[in-house]
Design a protein around this ligand. Structure first.
Ligand code: 6GU
Length: 232
């Protein structure tokens, strides 16, 4: 899979690309490229943003700058790209990222992530240039870069070769095999520590009982019945 990130801080992604599971996915043939809007802006002095029409605080990333960056990167009009790659604008008002969206994006051949800064994008970027708008939660970050990394991590760990054991990405929290529920709890040695013991069933060797216990734990967490549950 090929992921391009458009950002004002491409250098942030050098560190990111060296971390697992991203590094594994790249070694297995995926590509992650981070490019700066400033390298493609048609405006003087590397300008990429402007003051909002109607007034108000902050600066807005210009639609012509994003359009020019897409045209330079791909050698064609952004609107012609829409059938070929998902162009995802990262914005707090977008569709909430969840496991289903991560799986959907992991099934794409190529995606482009647009990171905004300042007050965000000129809305025409979202309405016309992007195919998707995605948020990673109901809070505001200073920019879309960390959100782009979150999307990359959640998507790339689903690619073949990204995780040491491919089973890890199948039976995990929020996945269809767990009915969309959080994953069951994990324990490792020591079996007892400061009097805190591992559930007996896990050290029993009864695989069928272990499977049933895990399914029950996952379902309980999913229904809000346990720590971290979603119900009051
Ligand atoms: Cl995608 N961008 C920004 N700036 N803030 C966010 C976000 C994205 N998702 C949640 N908060």
């Amino acid at each position: 899979m090929e992921i391009d990130v458009l950002t004002l801080f491409p250098e942030w992604f050098s560190w990111f690309a060296a971390q697992r599971p991203i590094a594994n996915a790249l070694a297995a043939g995926s590509a992650l490229r981070a490019v700066s809007y400033r390298d493609y802006t048609p405006l003087a002095g590397g300008q990429v943003d402007d003051t909002p029409f109607g007034g108000g605080p902050g600066m807005v990333l210009r639609v012509d700058v994003v359009d020019a960056a897409l045209r330079s990167l791909y050698g064609r009009d952004a609107l012609e790209l829409h059938g070929q790659r998902r162009i995802v604008a990262l914005t707090p008002s977008g569709r909430l990222l969840d496991d289903a969206l991560a799986s959907e994006l992991a099934g794409e051949r190529a995606i482009t992530l647009l990171s905004g800064r300042y007050e965000g994008f000129d809305e025409r970027v979202i309405d016309h240039l992007a195919t998707d708008a995605v948020s990673i939660g109901r809070y505001v970050l200073a920019g879309g870069e960390l959100a782009a990394m979150v999307v990359c991590d959640a998507v790339m760990r689903k690619l073949p070769g990204a995780l040491g054991d491919c089973r890890s990405a199948i039976e995990e929290s929020f996945s269809p095999v767990l009915g969309g529920a959080p994953e069951y709890p994990h324990y490792t040695r020591p079996a007892s520590y400061r009097g805190w013991s591992v559930p007996d069933v896990l050290v029993s060797g009864h695989h069928e009982q272990i499977r049933a216990w895990r399914a029950a734990q996952s379902a309980q967490r999913g229904s809000g019945g346990g720590p971290g549950g979603s119900l009051p």
